[in-house]
Write a protein that binds this ligand. Structure first.
Ligand code: HEC
Length: 496
């Protein structure tokens, strides 16, 4: 009502606060993140706010943050009036894999062992489903703490144990093995097999390395669109199954390597290569090649994209006008090569944002494992819609979600695709509405039309839809953005 600050809870504890001893003494002064970026859920009756926190900075190197690092990667319950800690439940200790909690928990009442229990369900980026008692913060289903590898980068202190929930089972595969190499064509299989042999992939908690680690966690498991529950205790969840390959490098040597580069090239390596590739060829179906960008876009258009971002590409407002010019010249191959970055200038993106902490190991490359055509380098399904009965912890069903029509045409069973939007369960019916990446005439859309009646597509340009419910003339109207097609679909349902 007044806009006045009511309370502050430090997710990196300060001296005297609970959890302070799970970090080095001065961590709160220099380590960032551990934030709640994915939204909160309020239990008005209890006056308690529930949320998940993210991983600490730097995402993939924790040499300077020895300890379990509370309250990073925690499911939290705070008194909404006072900000006082009710309980916390840490799902990853000393995160080295960027496994933030990607969405707010859903609040739900379940029948557990014959009793009604007010619970919450939190899904994770690595595809786990935690079902906790809302008052006690304890898991309703068994969770094991198991030994994990500790062979980290120099100076690293990987935590020796991590959590493994036994029920519900994970939404996606947890470790990529040889049996998971894509089988959509012999060419794709051979292409991925060659890369597979060079990558560390034996354990989902294998610490990042300079030779390469294959991880589920960025487009594997749950995403920021969140999940739907219906009052009978069913969770509807759209999961991704795309592994990513992470290669780390020592910052000092990377800087040295980048020093002889032109300014635009160095800026490109630092800010753009993780998505568009070191070779500018892009990666995956979603990340465009910039090799011939000059044929499609003018310098002004590229500068505009850098300022505003586009779809899944973030804006780069932190770059100066000069830096934007250098990048554009590099991309249009007009850079003269005279402007060099000063030797020893950090290439870590963190410095660009003026953040004081610089880890001694930084990301050299972080890319989805994709085949030569950009399709996921893993056996389908690549995206699924899951229904889990949270009363029992058992899956009711799991189906592929989304499709690449050109692969279906070739006779490949529907693969599913990545999805980042959220599903919506509507009362009194079996409607569950996740977001599809497909074209308008594809079988998925046809199936939706059969289910829902009519869909109208309107042009818009974003990829991360969250359906919104509107009621109009005794019909539900559900506008949602359909990824990939860059369209807004409006679906109308009869009101029950
Ligand atoms: C997080 C991943 C990511 C990063 C980092 C990123 N991009 Fe992109 N970029 C994308 C995606 C995804 C698209 C497609 C956007 C769309 O579909 O609207 C894109 C589109 C573009 C386009 C338009 C391509 C076309 O074909 O029209 C340009 C130009 C571009 N990016 C340049 C850059 C530059 C320069 C940087 C570094 C400063 C950068 N991007 C960093 C993901 C990224």
């Amino acid at each position: 009502m007044t806009g006045k600050l009511k309370w502050v809870f430090h997710t990196i504890p300060q001296p005297g606060e609970w959890g302070y001893d799970t970090w080095p003494a001065d961590a709160y002064k220099k380590i960032g993140a551990t934030n709640n970026w994915s939204g909160m859920s309020l239990d008005e009756k209890r006056g308690v706010v529930y949320f998940g926190t993210g991983s600490p900075a730097a995402d993939f190197y924790g040499g300077d943050r020895k300890g379990t690092n509370l309250f990073a990667n925690c499911i939290m319950a705070l008194d909404a009036e006072t900000g006082k800690l009710k309980w916390y439940y840490q799902t990853i200790h000393h995160d080295l894999w960027d496994r933030d909690h990607p969405c707010p928990p859903n609040l739900i009442t379940l029948k557990h062992k014959g009793k009604l229990v007010d619970a919450l369900v939190q899904t994770t980026k690595d595809g786990l489903v935690y079902v906790l008692d809302r008052d006690k913060g304890t898991s309703l289903f068994p969770v094991e703490e198991r030994k994990v590898p500790t062979n980290g980068l120099p100076g690293e202190h990987p935590w020796p144990t991590q959590k493994y929930p036994l029920k519900p089972l994970p939404l996606n595969r947890q470790v990529y093995t040889e049996a998971d190499i894509t089988n959509i064509s012999p060419e794709a299989h051979a292409y991925i097999k060659e890369r597979f042999q060079k990558i560390r992939t034996s354990n989902k908690f294998a610490p990042p390395s300079t030779t390469g680690t294959l991880l589920f966690g960025y487009s594997g498991g749950a995403e920021w669109g969140g999940n739907a529950v219906d009052p009978s205790g069913i969770l509807y969840q759209n999961a991704n199954h795309q592994p990513w390959e992470l290669i780390m490098a020592e910052r000092a040597s990377l800087n040295q390597k980048n020093a002889p580069l032109t300014a635009g090239n160095a800026l490109y390596i630092t800010n753009c290569a993780t998505c568009h590739g070191q070779d500018r060829k892009g990666s995956g179906q979603e990340l465009p090649s910039l090799v011939d960008i000059g044929k499609r876009r003018s310098a002004d258009e590229i500068k505009a994209i850098l300022k505003t971002g586009s779809g899944r590409m973030p804006a780069f407002q932190q770059l100066s006008e000069k830096e934007r010019d250098a990048l554009v010249s590099f991309l249009l191959n007009t850079e003269t090569g005279s402007a060099k970055v000063a030797s020893g200038t950090s290439s870590a993106p963190t410095t660009k944002r003026g953040f004081p902490y610089e880890p001694s190991y930084v990301v050299k490359s972080w890319q989805p494992l994709v085949d030569q055509e950009g399709y996921p380098g893993i056996k389908p399904p690549w995206g699924t819609l899951n229904a889990i009965d949270l009363n029992t912890g058992n899956y009711l069903w799991r189906v592929p979600l989304g499709e690449f029509p050109e692969l279906t045409k070739k006779g490949i069973p529907i693969t599913g695709t990545e999805s980042y939007g959220g599903p919506l369960a509507t009362a009194g019916g079996s409607y569950s509405l996740p977001v599809l990446k497909t074209n308008e005439s594809g079988p998925s859309i046809k199936r939706l039309v059969r289910l829902f009646g009519s869909i109208n597509f309107l042009p818009v340009g974003s990829l991360h839809p969250l359906p919104t419910r509107l009621m109009e003339n005794s019909m539900w109207s559900l506008p949602l953005v359909v990824g990939g097609g860059r369209r807004l679909a409006e679906i109308t349902l009869p009101l029950r």
